[in-house]
Write a new protein. Sequence first.
Length: 262
Amino acid sequence: MSDELSDRVAIVTGGGSGIGATSAALLEAEGARVIVADLHAANDGPGRYVSHDVTSEESWRLLLADVLGKEGRLDIMVNNAGISGGLGSIENTTVESWQAVHAVNSEGVFLGCKYAIQGMKQTGPDKPASKGSIVNISSVAGLIGGAGPLAYTASKGAVRLLTKSVALYCAENEYDIRCNSVHPGGVDTPIFNPLWQAMGHEQGKAFLGSRHPIGRMAEPSDIGDIVLWLASDHSSFVTGAEIAADGGITAGLMRRSLLAPP
């Protein structure tokens, strides 16, 4: 542990598994006090668990009150919670499915940014211009279109421009709060469990890996390391950026969706 973040408090939504759990562990290893905000507690996971529903504004109010009351500050927000919502196309995606995906993936991130700014403004001696970093987990699907999954792609695209809007708002209001988005390609996380069940884990990883120019899927730590960098002062001049951690997909044309069946 380097204790680089020893004076920081971080919230990681969806921190019970996958990218969220890895990011929480990396932040904690650098000395941050981490609050894992998730609907389900992780087994022996990092940080302090708080039950949280990202789609509920009341849940956000309670989470912020809990963090400020117990930790006294908020410095880092990682808006990671997300769902895939299946492979629906423009013709067969229902309104209910569309709304459910956007409630988590886009509205949940909107609320996370809103309450992160509130909390960060109450941190430190120079209120309201205290230092903070917001990291929004989007997807390569938020950078390029695809025939499906429709709701997921649209929701991740919303995160991309929300991030830029938040970054500009904070800059124009002279808040020392940065906001950036990360756009992973395929990552070996539970979001792909339906594919693992259908093909087997190793075969499924090989199949998805073959769709990345780099020749493999990402591991959660590949993305967690980027989250850690964005949360730290090493990225102090970076705001409003979109970081593609996609194994080269956006360097050229992706012929087929990552989530399309083989």
